[in-house]
Design a binder for this molecule. Structure first.
Ligand code: G6P
Length: 742
């Protein structure tokens, strides 16, 4: 800016200088011409009287010359004889223009003699410049002499100086106007502009079209900076998550919707009400997030005492005694639960998404229930919203249609759908007769999240194959019907530290308790498995690996016990009942084969265990085997690591879990390969404590950083960025949607 101003000032100075030169030359030639004609006029009119008085009284000549000099611009007049002597002159005529000097200049040769000519010239005296005009005087052909008139030219210089000054002032004013006015206008515009920009960035919904490009850049940059800050190595915790919510989402209330509720109220046999924590990875992960964020969790009221514990609006405050957020319970009829939950969700979508060899069942009656229940939950979510643009976290495969249903009622809502299970490849997705509707429903979300990039890719491929939509592979986004959905990997995790690990007895104490309960020998080894009784968890393969271990390593017979905590799950479904029976039969076979006396190699604990109890098993065990045949993440693996504050114990982990991508210091196995898996168990049992500790330390450090607060913080951070972009570009996007709609 300073450089531009300097250049302009120098330019103007040069222009002024050039202009004053032109003015000087032009004015001078005008003035000289003026003086010449004036002196010629004066001499011509005086000529006759001068000639008449030539021979008379010199005083009269002098008086005539004085008359001529009365003109204010005539300085002096002299009358010279032809021989160049002085005939008469006004007082103080300067000697520099004496008769001989002027005469010699005005005379030119003519026929061998000299003739005086009219002569006009500018000359200089020490007092200033003068104009000299000489005119010959003749009488009847005879040369009498000549008259010299000196004009004062200092007035020309005065006028020139005036003109120059005027020019300077004029250019100066021009310069001020030329620079000042645009600068003032620019400054005003900039100030208006930055006020407007600040207003928009603070969340003013509407803005002018010209702001669109810059605002999206600023928003992008601000988002990046905020994300960089959030990527900072500082530990993520509940407090930091709250700050993200307050700072970036202005303390907006969060609404979660999932099928499973975080707290189930059940009647005990004595008619008392008991609170249970369901065995659900989704609940394990999201409950601490909800405690940090507050808000409402909309879920199916499935407990026998659930209705007895809600208020008139079907709300109940949880966690008991802490009351940080509300559960809004939705009641389902038996038919709804059957069609939507058991069949379509768990016999259709669950096997569809897991490569675990169960045929998906798709029946239109169940699909109708699925749609109706999705609408029921979507309506409840919208009723819970207290603004036009709430933040809604839709959870899992039970609610693939809900995002679009919510968007229909609340177009400005930020809907984040997290799919907790794997997403199959496009070909497999094609099995589902309602794949297009499911995909369209999910694309009502602002963000669709999966645990891994692979599942994001599978989802994008499915959209590509089955829908008319534009895929932005660069941004991992889908634009369908004018709406843009980001597709992102967010590997889910646990709170850190896990509260159950905080409150559980020490690992030594847990070991002592379990040893007593199972009547184990002091030199015994304990392995654990903790799962819902689900065919995707590879429980049969796991037990077979234990069997093979005992077969191949007789030294562990009588010493190695495997405790399988198996929470009954979806027991109305045949496939789950079959599994239950198969696991029971397998346990019996192995126990018969290798058990003796009080020793039973497999202890099957087929009932619901509350988290503190589960943590006792984790803490007591020498190894934990997670053998899922296919799993989105698997939080049991992470829970085991979180429980081992003593850094002892070995995790054997299926390569088909999302967790295997993060917990790389586990012994990673293919659970279908029973031989290798059983060898991994032997390796674990032989592993020196120092190696166990090294592996555990490294995995615990991963979990402490990549905890569930970070998971939620990342998602909400992306949502916040999206919201500010949408606030800024919302109207434009609406207008341009005609162009982008497909
Ligand atoms: C998986 C699903 C969850 C579900 C959990 C327990 O982890 O992703 O959505 O809550 O299994 O299953 P259930 O059917 O008992 O809720």
């Amino acid at each position: 800016m300073a450089q531009i101003v300097l250049t302009l000032i120098v330019g103007l100075a040069v222009l002024t200088w050039a202009a004053s030169g032109v003015v000087h030359t032009t004015a001078r030639s005008w003035f000289e011409r003026d003086v010449t004609s004036r002196s010629r006029l004066a001499l011509t009119s005086a000529r006759h009287s001068l000639v008449s008085a030539w021979v008379g009284d010199p005083k009269i000549l002098h008086a005539q010359l004085m008359d001529l000099a009365r003109d204010e611009r005539v300085m002096a007049v002299e009358l010279c004889n032809a021989d160049l002597s002085v005939r008469a002159r006004t007082d103080a005529f300067p000697d520099d223009f004496g008769c001989s000097i002027v005469g010699s200049r005005a005379r030119v040769g003519k026929n061998g003699g000299y003739v005086l000519h009219e002569w006009n010239a500018v000359s200089a005296l020490p007092s200033g410049r003068v104009y000299v005009s000489v005119m010959p005087l003749e009488w009847e052909g005879q040369e009498l002499g000549f008259v010299t008139m000196l004009h004062d030219m200092s007035f020309i210089e005065r006028r020139e100086a005036k003109a120059r000054n005027f020019l300077l002032v004029a250019f100066g004013i021009l310069a001020v106007l030329a620079f000042g006015v645009p600068m003032f206008v620019a400054k005003r515009a900039r100030s208006d502009w930055s006020i407007e920009l600040r207003r928009i960035l603070r969340g003013g919904a509407k803005h002018k079209r010209e702001f669109h490009p810059i605002v999206s850049d600023v928003v992008e940059l601000a988002g990046q900076m905020a994300n960089d800050r959030e990527d900072a190595p500082a530990q993520w915790n509940a407090e930091r998550l709250k700050q993200v919510l307050n700072r970036r989402l202005f303390g907006e209330k969060v609404i979660i919707v999932s099928n499973r509720e975080p707290y189930v109220h059940v009647f005990t046999e004595d008619g008392e009400v008991e609170v249970q924590h369901p065995a659900s990875g989704l609940v394990t992960a999201l409950e601490p997030v909800m405690r940090a964020c507050s808000g409402v969790w909309v879920a199916h009221g499935s407990g026998s005492a659930d209705r007895a514990t809600v208020d008139r609006k079907d709300h109940v405050s949880v966690p008991p005694g802490e009351n940080s957020y509300d559960i809004r319970r939705i009641w389902l009829s038996e038919a709804e639960e059957q069609g939507y939950y058991y069949v379509f969700s768990n016999e259709g979508l669950w096997p569809l998404c897991h490569i675990a060899h169960a045929s998906p069942i798709f029946r239109s009656a169940d699909w109708r229930q699925y749609k109706a229940v999705n609408q029921k939950f979507a309506d409840a979510v919208c009723d819970e919203a207290d603004s036009d643009d709430p933040i809604i976290l839709v959870q899992d495969y039970h609610f693939a249609l809900a995002p679009a249903m919510i968007r229909k009622r609340l177009p400005a809502a930020t809907v984040i759908m997290f799919w907790h299970i794997p997403w199959p490849n496009a070909e497999r997705m094609g099995i589902c007769p309602w794949r297009d509707e499911l995909l369209t429903g999910l694309l009502g979300s602002s963000i669709v999240g999966f645990h891994t990039q692979l599942h994001c890719n599978n989802f994008l491929d499915s959209v590509d194959r089955y829908l008319e939509a534009r895929l932005d592979r660069e941004e991992n986004a889908v634009v369908a019907r004018g709406h843009r959905t980001l597709v992102r990997p967010y590997p889910i995790s646990l709170e850190w530290p896990v509260r159950w690990a905080e409150t559980a007895p020490s690992p030594e104490e847990c070991r002592a308790q379990i040893w007593r309960e199972f009547n184990l020998k002091p030199d015994a080894f304990l392995g654990v498995g903790v799962d819902r009784l689900d065919y995707t968890k590879g429980i049969e393969e796991r037990l077979m690996a234990v069997e093979l271990l005992l077969e191949r390593h007789p030294e562990y017979r009588g010493r190695f016990t495997f405790a399988q905590v198996a929470a009954p799950s979806r027991t109305k479904i045949d496939r789950y009942r079959e599994l239950n029976e198969a696991v029971e039969a397998l346990t019996e076979r192995i126990n018969n084969r290798f058990g003796h006396g009080e020793y039973r190699p497999i202890i099957l604990l087929r009932e619901h265990h509350e988290p503190p109890d589960v943590f006792r098993y984790y803490r007591a065990a020498d190894l934990c085997y997670v053998s899922s045949l296919h799993d989105g993440m698997n939080l049991v693996a992470k829970e085991f690591v979180s429980a081992r504050s003593d850094r002892k114990g070995v995790l054997i982990l299926s390569e088909f879990t999302g967790a295997a991508k993060e917990l790389t210091e586990a012994l990673i196995v293919n659970p279908y390969d029973v031989e290798t898996s059983s060898e991994a168990m032997a390796t674990a049992l032989r592993m020196p404590i120092s190696e166990q500790m090294d592996r555990m330390r490294s995995m615990r450090s991963v979990l402490s950083q990549f905890n569930v607060y970070r998971w939620a913080g990342k998602m909400l951070g992306d949502a916040a960025r999206l919201r500010s972009q949408e606030r800024v570009t919302g109207r434009l996007a609406e207008r341009s949607s005609i162009g982008t709609a497909v």
